[in-house]
Design a protein around this ligand. Structure first.
Ligand SMILES: [Zn+2]
Length: 563
């Protein structure tokens, strides 16, 4: 028998030929990565996973339909953290991991050193470039400076820039500051809306770049002054045509419960704030995103650029009128048209075959409590202040003290007065007080479960499944409180009566459920029903590009879509 030595010249030539064939074949990952010139990561704030499926047949061409027909579409994606809010969701999408690792545990948390509640994207050392700019809603903190300082992981945008030795550009835009700052990461540039203009802070630049000033000078927001939000299509064609005036819907200022909704306002501040609560918010973000692609020639240079576009209208509309409203239906049809416009713009400027589009949402949402009551679901709001006062007074009674033992309740955490307890103020250790507070909280109507921080840290929750796992995924030792409170399904913390009755932020499936879609020449199209987690997105983008994942990434690569 003639056995060839492995390193014979002819086998070396074979290996070389095979390597050349492999590199040249469209199935080779690095080759595919080299072809992507722009990663376009789209986030629709508060888009629950069932909504694109519900309206699938009603969408036009080129928007969601393009993702359904040509993309890899995941219809069973759920977040695995407990506090399903905008800041943790955006951070997870950007970093590929859970709040326990990226550090954005909730929108705001209590800071014991500062002795106050801090906002997840506040930063005293990074004032806004425009002193007159207002920071977008979502923060009770008076600190106006903004940066990603609290984000404890690199983002996929950061990794794209780092892997190109700084040649790639990373840009993030949103109607909300946190919707831009967290995806923008540490070395991207984030821009968000303030009084109808896009702003950022000195973390990014001393003054706004010329191309941003140019967009602001066009005063697009002001062209809406004498306009109104009217239905996009004939009212008779809407699923919810007969339910435009539900008594429990909220309304931002004068916008009211029915169509049309005039944008006219008594003063400028109220006018610009009103626009945020309508589909105009997304229209401004879309225009600015297109302007950025055009002026910076994103995706048209040598490197792979990154653009994050976070659309916030869906969140404002869901909070105000409810996910089951005619307003929400019209808004989603408009989101679809905005997506079609953006995809078409990117196709013209870069070529869709050179773009990796990724779409998801930061969280889902519950139906308004009163809407669920009609289906015999025991749904209501727990007033946060009353809950906190009640737990505090029962704790004081239990430990026979006049001293307030709760420093703050920042959903989902109760923060105890750790110093007073550590100094022997009540003669009981912190863990004893945590357990007592959890036990008392669990007796409050509407609370499903509460766990003390020491037990969470030691891994002592009943089982590492269901919402117990979500509590652990949300836990960060420096930012999480002393007791994690889980409300029952369809029970929300908040004010009893509010002009924003729609709510999210729970461990339950309506809040964790989001769509996930990829579209790229190198992505295998398909409709996937297996369970995935949005933390899988960032490591999957990294794998498709052939670069390393973000530093704290813990998601899994969605292997089946790498064609
Ligand atoms: Zn929201």
């Amino acid at each position: 028998m003639n056995i060839k030595p492995i390193h014979s010249p002819s086998s070396c030539i074979f290996v070389l030929v095979a390597a050349i064939m492999l590199l040249g074949s469209p199935g080779f990952a690095v080759d595919k990565g080299a072809r992507v010139k722009l990663v376009l990561q789209i986030t629709i704030d508060q888009l629950r996973g069932d909504q694109p499926l519900l309206f699938k047949e009603r969408f036009g061409e080129g928007g969601f339909k393009l993702l359904f027909d040509k993309g890899a579409y995941y219809a069973n994606a759920h977040y695995s953290h407990a506090d399903t809010e905008t800041a943790p969701g955006h951070a997870t999408l950007a970093t590929g991991t859970v709040p326990a690792r990226h550090g954005i545990t909730n929108s705001e948390w209590y800071d014991y050193e500062k002795g106050r509640v801090v906002y997840s994207v506040e930063d005293q050392s990074s004032p806004l470039v425009d002193q007159n700019a207002v920071s977008t809603a979502g923060s009770t903190s008076s600190e106006k400076g903004r940066s990603p300082a609290h984000l404890l992981s690199t983002t996929i945008g950061d990794e794209i820039v780092i892997s190109s030795f700084g040649k790639a550009r990373s840009i993030a835009v949103s109607g909300k500051d946190r919707g831009a700052i967290l995806p923008g990461g540490h070395c991207g540039k984030a821009f968000w809306l303030s009084n109808g203009k896009f702003v950022n802070s000195k973390y990014y630049n001393d003054s706004l770049p010329g191309w941003v000033e140019e967009w602001n000078r066009n005063k697009l927001a002001d062209t809406y002054r004498n306009k109104a939000w009217t239905l996009l299509r004939d009212k008779g064609s809407y699923l919810r045509k007969d339910i435009d005036d539900r008594s429990f819907e909220g309304s931002y200022k004068h916008l009211g419960r029915t169509f049309p909704k005039s944008f006219a306002c008594k003063d400028d501040e109220e006018f610009y704030e009103t626009l945020l609560h309508t589909p105009v918010n997304d229209e401004l973000v879309l225009s600015f995103a297109e302007h950025a692609i055009d002026k910076l020639a994103l995706g048209q240079g040598e490197s792979t650029d990154y653009l994050s576009v976070s659309f916030s209208s869906t969140d404002y509309v869901g909070h105000g009128w409810g996910i089951g409203s005619l307003e929400a239906e019209d808004n989603l049809l408009r989101v679809d048209r905005n997506l079609a416009a953006l995809f078409s713009f990117v196709d013209k400027k870069v070529g869709l075959d050179k773009v990796l589009i990724v779409l998801s949402a930061d969280h889902g949402v519950a139906e308004i409590a009163e809407a669920m009551q009609a289906f015999s679901i025991d749904s209501y709001r727990i007033p946060s202040k009353e809950f906190c006062a009640s737990v505090n007074s029962r704790l004081k009674e239990r430990f026979s003290t006049e001293h307030d033992l709760i420093k703050a309740f920042v959903y989902p955490y109760i923060y105890l007065d750790r110093k007073f307890i550590a100094d022997g103020g009540i003669g009981a250790g912190i863990e004893v007080v945590q357990d007592a507070a959890a036990e008392i909280a669990m007796q409050y109507p509407g609370v499903a479960y509460a766990a003390g921080r020491s037990r969470i840290a030691r891994g002592e929750l009943p089982a590492n499944t269901g919402y117990y796992a979500r509590i652990v995924a949300n836990f960060h030792p420096r930012r999480s409180g002393d007791v994690h409170v889980v409300p029952r399904q369809y029970v929300m913390f908040g004010k009893k009566r509010t002009n924003q009755p729609g709510e999210h932020g729970s461990v339950w499936s309506y809040d964790t459920y989001v769509p996930v879609a990829f579209l790229s020449a190198g992505v295998r199209p398909g409709y996937y029903l297996r369970s995935i987690d949005p933390q899988d997105i960032a490591p999957t983008i990294a794998a498709l590009l052939g670069i390393k994942p973000p530093s704290a990434s813990s998601g899994e690569v969605l292997k089946e879509i790498a064609d």
